[in-house]
Design a protein around this ligand. Structure first.
Ligand SMILES: NC(=O)c1ccc[n+]([C@@H]2O[C@H](COP(=O)([O-])OP(=O)(O)OC[C@H]3O[C@@H](n4cnc5c(N)ncnc54)[C@H](O)[C@@H]3O)[C@@H](O)[C@H]2O)c1
Length: 314
């Protein structure tokens, strides 16, 4: 069962102020720390960024991948992003020391001794359930487990575990090194202790935690998509052109980028998938506007196809 991805990918070099450069330098909060040994399941785009963050914060990081080739690719991803962070400056230590903190494996048994494991395998409920239960079986009873899911119910995932109180969502944003935000998603049974610890870990990574009770779209996607859908309805109804609607939000409300330009960057198809998911879970206010479905049907998906609310061919 595959679900719409609700955490919206915003790539590096998106032109959004504050994105595209390592935001962590010198921002480690005094007095907070990450666990000394942290596991990451899945070293893809997000998992590699999460591993990078915990290694920079001083943890020994164990990344477990599904096969040898993926493990090698994961190692390269984490090492090259560690090297980039060192080039940018602001961190103590050298590359050998940092990469020495990284262990990459294909054996879930390598998670033994980890105080925290963050799961970052693809957004598929069955895959996540089988991966999380396999990880939990390797962990001590006092270890914590988290998922980087961007759309699945954290409470439903918790319900498949032996120790649901030791599980929460840690929703990192893409690209992880440049993003300042992590949503801490509390499931029905997440313990109060984990709610406090998770915020401290995020602080220690140099990012800001936002605590959200488990609901579709969490906080970020729900609000971001609501604004984008209203902006699209306004274009559809002829209220104003895309440029003027975006300018109203950028200049009037200090948005770093307007909702329609951001929709082009994220991809209209991605936004439609999220809107459909939120429509099915939260009701009519997330009904996708006709203009959005028509543009997706015409292949006007935004920046990646050269045309969306803006022309990207120039
Ligand atoms: N990409 C984004 O913009 C973004 C943003 C926020 C959250 N997320 C969420 O993060 C998670 C991962 O997304 P991603 O973009 O990093 O995906 P990805 O495809 O880049 O990485 C997933 C990794 O998991 C590995 N994997 C697959 N099955 C595995 C298994 N059984 N055991 C170990 N490793 C396994 C794959 O080899 C791959 O390297 C998803 O839940 C996604 O919704 C993604």
């Amino acid at each position: 069962m595959t679900h719409a991805t609700v955490g919206e990918p915003v790539e590096a070099h998106s032109g959004i102020p504050g994105q595209g450069k390592d935001q962590m330098s010198n921002r480690l909060s005094p007095g907070t720390s990450v666990p000394s040994r942290v596991g990451v399941l899945g070293g893809g785009r997000m998992g590699a960024g999460i591993a990078h963050g915990f290694a920079l914060a001083g943890a020994t990081v164990v990344v477990v991948e599904r096969d040898g080739q993926s493990a090698e690719a994961a190692r390269e991803r984490v090492e090259s992003s560690l090297a980039k962070s060192l080039e940018r400056g602001g961190f103590d230590g050298n590359l050998d020391e940092l990469t020495g903190r990284l262990n990459v494996s294909t054996d879930y048994g390598s998670f033994a001794g980890c105080a925290l494991v963050v799961e970052a395998v693809p957004e598929d409920m069955e895959l996540k359930v089988s991966a999380l239960t396999a990880v939990e079986a390797q962990l001590g009873e006092d270890a914590w487990l988290a998922s980087n899911t961007s759309s699945l119910s954290v409470t439903a995932l918790a319900g498949t575990l032996q120790r649901p109180e030791r599980f929460c969502g840690l929703h990192f944003f893409n690209p992880v090194p440049a993003s300042l935000l992590v949503e801490v998603v509390l499931a029905k049974d997440t313990s109060a202790e984990l709610a406090v610890l998770a915020r401290q870990w995020v602080d220690a990574l140099g990012k800001t935690p936002v605590v959200v009770n488990d609901t579709p779209g969490f906080a970020s996607s729900r609000l971001g998509v609501a604004i984008a859908l209203e902006a699209i309805r306004m274009v559809q109804e002829g209220v104003a052109c895309a440029e003027d609607i975006d300018a109203a939000m950028v200049l009037g409300y200090k948005f770093p980028v307007g909702p329609l330009r951001l929709t082009d960057i994220v991809g209209l198809d991605v936004r439609l998938g999220i809107a459909e998911y939120l429509h099915s879970t939260l009701g009519e206010r997330f009904c996708p506007p006709q203009l959005l479905t028509k543009m997706v049907a015409r292949g006007e998906l935004g920046r990646k196809t050269g045309k969306g609310f803006y022309d990207w061919n120039d």
